[in-house]
Design a protein around this ligand. Structure first.
Ligand code: DP6
Length: 360
C-alpha cells in the first residue's frame, strides 16, 4: 500500500455522535528502531514482541460540530483528570494525520486515557498510547466508511500510530510485528507494521518479558532527540546495515527456535542501541549502574543454570528480561532472588507476549 491509499476521497455515511474504547499494548523491540527520516520513516527496519500486560486504554467520545472547526477541538483526560500538558503532543499528532483523517475537524473529541502500568514507571507509554488513539480514530472512520475491510483498518491504524510515535505502529497487532522495508520480508513497509509473515517456532509463542524498573524517573534525553542524533552520526550507516542483517539472521532463528542464536542477536541489538547513544554528539548514557549489575547477573546465571534468559533495553535504564515458558519457574525464582534488589523500590512488571489491541 502507498501513502495515497490512506487518503480517503469521500465518506459514505454520516454519524452525529458516539463513543469508542480501545486497549492497546506496549511492545518490546528485538531489532531496534533508532534513527528516522522525515515523516517518521524509519532509518532501518525493526521487529518486536507485542506485550500483553503493559497497555493503554483510550476512549473517544465524539460529537459532530455544527460547522467544521478552524482547529482541532478536543479535551484530554488522563486517569480521570484533565491533562493540559499532554495536549500539545496530541495537537501535533492531529496536525500530522489530518490529511488522512479529514473528518477530525468536524468533531469535538473527548479523549480519556489511562495506563495499566504504574504512573512514572519509566515505561514509555507513547507506543501503546498512540496505538490506542489511532485505533479509536479508525473506528470513527469506519463508521463513516462502513465498507472498510479489517485488513485496511489495521494497516491504517498502524500507519496513523506511526505518525504519532514510530514504535506505536508495532502495537496494533501481535504477536511478532515487523516494521520498515526489508528485502527478505515480503510485504514489509516503512509506512506501517505487519505481522511477521514466516514460521515462528512454538518456543516463542509464550515468551515472557519481566520488566525490571531500575529507574522510574523522567529520561534525560527523549527518544525523539536520540533518533535525531543519528543524523551525521559516525556509525549510522554501519548501524542501519547491521539492523538489516540482524533481521535476516532472525528469520531462521524464529523458524528453528534456536535460543542461543536468538540471545546473541537480541542482546547485541540492545547494547548497540546504547552504544549509538554513547557515540552521539552530544553523547549521553541512559543505563544506570544497576542496569549493568543486572546484565552481569543475567550472564552469570545463564552460564551456571543453562537456561536461556536474555535481556533487552529500551531507550532507558529499565531491563526487559526475556525467557521461554518452559524455563519460567527457574528464571522467575532467579529474578526474585537476585535481580529485584536492583529495581527502584523493588518494582517490576511481569509481562508476556501478547496478541494485539482490542476494542473494549
Ligand atoms: C529504543 O517510537 O519512542 O524503543 O518515533 O520519536 O516516537 P518516536 O520514537 P519511539 O522510539 C523507540 C525507540 C526504541 C526502539 C524500538 O522500540 O524499536
Amino acid at each position: 500500500m502507498t501513502i495515497e491509499d490512506f487518503i480517503p476521497t469521500q465518506y459514505s455515511h454520516e454519524i452525529q455522535q458516539g463513543k469508542v474504547t480501545f486497549k492497546a499494548p506496549s511492545n518490546i523491540a528485538l531489532v531496534k528502531y533508532w534513527g528516522k527520516k522525515t515523516d517518521q520513516i524509519p532509518a532501518n527496519p525493526s521487529i518486536s514482541f507485542t506485550l500483553n500486560a503493559c497497555a493503554t486504554t483510550t476512549s473517544i467520545t465524539y460529537t459532530k460540530l455544527n460547522t467544521r472547526g478552524a482547529d482541532f477541538s478536543f479535551d484530554l483526560f488522563f486517569e480521570g483528570k484533565p491533562k493540559e500538558d499532554f495536549k500539545p503532543k496530541i495537537q501535533t499528532f492531529f496536525a500530522r494525520i489530518e490529511e488522512y483523517v479529514p473528518f477530525l475537524k468536524e468533531y469535538h473529541l473527548k479523549i480519556e486515557t489511562s495506563n495499566s502500568f504504574p504512573h512514572s514507571s519509566g515505561i514509555a507509554s507513547s507506543a501503546s498510547g498512540m496505538a490506542a488513539l489511532a485505533l479509536c480514530l479508525m473506528h470513527i472512520e469506519k463508521e463513516l466508511c462502513q465498507e472498510m475491510n479489517d485488513d485496511f483498518f489495521s494497516y491504517k491504524a498502524s500507519f496513523l500510530a506511526r505518525l504519532g510515535s514510530g514504535s506505536a505502529c508495532r502495537s496494533i497487532e501481535g504477536s511478532l510485528i515487523q516494521w520498515g522495508y526489508h528485502n527478505d520480508i515480503a510485504g514489509s513497509s516503512n509506512l506501517y507494521g505487519i505481522k511477521y509473515p514466516y514460521d515462528v517456532h512454538k518456543v516463542f509463542h509464550n515468551y515472557h518479558d519481566t520488566i525490571l524498573l531500575v529507574d522510574k524517573g523522567q529520561k534525560q534525553v527523549s527518544s525523539t532527540i536520540g533518533h535525531n542524533l543519528m543524523h551525521n552520526h559516525p556509525f549510522a550507516e554501519q548501524r542501519f546495515g547491521q539492523a538489516h542483517e540482524n533481521l535476516s539472521k532472525l528469520i531462521p532463528v524464529f523458524a528453528s527456535g534456536k535460543l542461543n542464536d536468538f540471545i546473541k542477536i537480541v542482546e547485541s541489538e540492545a547494547l548497540t542501541l546504547h552504544a549509538m547513544m554513547m557515540a552521539s554528539t552530544p553523547y549521553f548514557i541512559l543505563m544506570k549502574p544497576n542496569t549493568l549489575q543486572i546484565i552481569n547477573k543475567i550472564w552469570e546465571f545463564r552460564k551456571s543454570s543453562g537456561t536461556h534468559l536474555c535481556f533487552t533495553l529500551d531507550a532507558g535504564a529499565n531491563v526487559h528480561v526475556l525467557y521461554p515458558e518452559n524455563e519460567k519457574a527457574e528464571v522467575y525464582q532467579f529474578i526474585k532472588d537476585e535481580l529485584v534488589a536492583f529495581c527502584e523500590n523493588g518494582q517490576y512488571i511481569c509481562d508476556r507476549i501478547g496478541f494485539g489491541a482490542k476494542k473494549v
